[in-house]
Design a protein around this ligand. Structure first.
Ligand SMILES: C[S@@+](CC[C@H](N)C(=O)[O-])C[C@H]1O[C@@H](n2cnc3c(N)ncnc32)[C@H](O)[C@@H]1O
Length: 311
C-alpha cells in the first residue's frame, strides 16, 4: 500500500505496476489523517487512489486506517505531491486531483511554497486526461483567490466556483474549521488545454558508488558547506565510525524530493567502497550521484585514488 520509488521494479511505474489493475486514477495531495481518502475509496471501489503526504506521522495514521478498514484501492506515497504527479502518474492518465485544505502559507515571503501556482497547474495539465479536473476546498479566502488567478493565468483550465461537496467537509481540518465557524470555498479546475512543455519523470539509477585504492584514514572530517547538485543542494550532516569504515549522514534536496541518506566509505571484497548505502532505500537520482562524487573529491584530499567510478 506504501509506494517506495526506489523499490518499484519498473520506473517510472505504470498504473498497473502500482495498483495491479487499470481504472480511473485519482490523486489526493496532502491527505492528512486519511479519513477522507478512506471514505472516497469506499464510495468508489472502482477508482484507483494515489495519496501524497509530506508528514510521516500522517502517512502512518492513514496507513493504519486503510489497513484496519481493509481498503485495497489506495496507494500512499510519503513525499511531495508534485513528485507523485511527475513520477507516479503517467502523462494523460489522471482523472482527478483532490486538494482539501492545503497549507495556506499566508505570509508574503512564504507564498512561493504554495502548491497551487501557475507552474503547478501547467505541469498538472500534462498528467490529466482530457476533461480531467482538480477539486480545491479551503477555508482560506486569500489562497483561494490566489489559486483561481494562477489557474486562469495558465490559460489551461475552465474554473468554476461551487458549493463544496458534503464529503469534502468531513476531513479533519474541515471539522476543525467548521467548529471555529469558518466558511469554506470550493472550485473545480477542468483541463481544457495542455501545456506543450513535456515534464519527464526524474531519472532513477541502480547504483552510485566508486571503488578506491589507499588507506582508510583514522578520522574523516567533511566540510559542512552545502554541496551544489543539479537542481538542488546537499549537506554532509554527520560522520560516524563503524567497524569497516565511515557512515555519512547526508541531506539531499532536489526539486520536489528531499532525502536523508547514508553514504558509506568502507572496506569491501572489491577494495574501498564509497557510495550510497541501501539502508532506507533511497532513490538514486542525478543529485545523489553528484553528492557521491563530492564525497569522493573529499576522499581524494586524504590520499584515496579512484579505481572504478560507477556514478
Ligand atoms: C491543513 S492540512 C489538511 C489535511 C487534510 N487534507 C484535511 O483536510 O484534514 C495540509 C496537509 O498537507 C500536507 N502537505 C503540505 N504540503 C504538501 C505537499 N507539497 N505534498 C503533500 N502533502 C503536503 C501537510 O503535511 C498536511 O497534512
Amino acid at each position: 500500500m506504501l509506494v517506495r520509488p526506489a523499490l518499484l521494479p519498473v520506473w517510472p511505474p505504470r498504473v498497473m505496476d502500482l495498483f495491479g489493475r487499470e481504472g480511473p486514477l485519482v490523486l489526493e495531495v496532502g491527505f492528512g489523517d486519511g479519513r477522507f481518502t478512506a471514505e472516497l475509496a469506499k464510495a468508489h471501489p472502482e477508482w484507483l487512489i494515489l495519496g501524497a503526504e509530506v508528514s510521516a506521522a500522517s502517512v502512518l495514521r492513514a496507513y493504519r486506517r486503510l489497513k484496519r478498514e481493509g481498503i485495497g484501492n489506495v496507494r500512499l506515497y510519503h513525499g511531495q505531491g508534485p513528485f507523485a504527479l511527475r513520477n507516479l502518474v503517467p502523462p494523460g492518465s489522471l482523472r482527478r486531483v483532490i486538494v482539501n485544505f492545503p497549507d495556506p502559507w499566508p505570509k508574503k515571503r512564504h507564498q512561493r511554497k504554495r502548491l497551487l501556482q501557475e507552474g503547478f497547474f501547467r505541469r498538472l495539465s500534462t498528467r490529466l486526461v482530457e476533461g480531467g479536473d482538480l477539486l480545491l476546498t479551503t477555508d482560506h479566502e486569500e489562497y483561494f483567490r490566489f489559486a483561481l488567478e494562477e489557474a486562469k493565468r495558465s490559460g489551461l483550465y475552465r474554473v468554476e466556483v461551487k458549493e463544496p461537496p458534503e464529503a469534502h467537509l468531513r476531513t479533519k481540518y474541515a471539522l476543525k474549521w467548521k467548529e471555529a465557524g469558518r466558511i469554506f470555498f470550493h472550485a473545480v479546475f477542468t483541463k481544457v488545454a495542455e501545456d506543450p512543455t513535456p515534464w519527464p519523470p526524474i531519472r532513477r539509477y541502480e547504483v552510485a558508488h566508486v571503488l578506491l585504492r589507499g588507506e582508510l584514514p583514522k578520522e574523516l572530517t567533511l566540510a559542512k558547506a552545502p554541496v551544489a547538485i543539479p537542481g538542488g543542494v546537499a549537506v554532509f550532516l554527520e560522520v560516524a565510525r563503524g567497524e569497516e569504515g565511515f557512515y555519512v549522514l547526508t541531506h539531499v534536496e532536489e526539486e520536489d524530493l528531499t532525502q536523508d541518506l547514508l553514504l558509506e566509505v568502507r572496506r569491501s571484497a572489491h577494495g574501498l567502497y564509497a557510495g550510497v548505502s541501501r539502508f532506507g532505500s533511497p532513490l538514486i537520482t542525478e543529485g545523489v550521484k553528484e553528492v557521491v562524487r563530492a564525497l569522493v573529491r573529499e576522499l581524494g584530499r586524504v590520499g584515496l585514488e579512484v579505481v572504478q567510478d560507477h556514478t
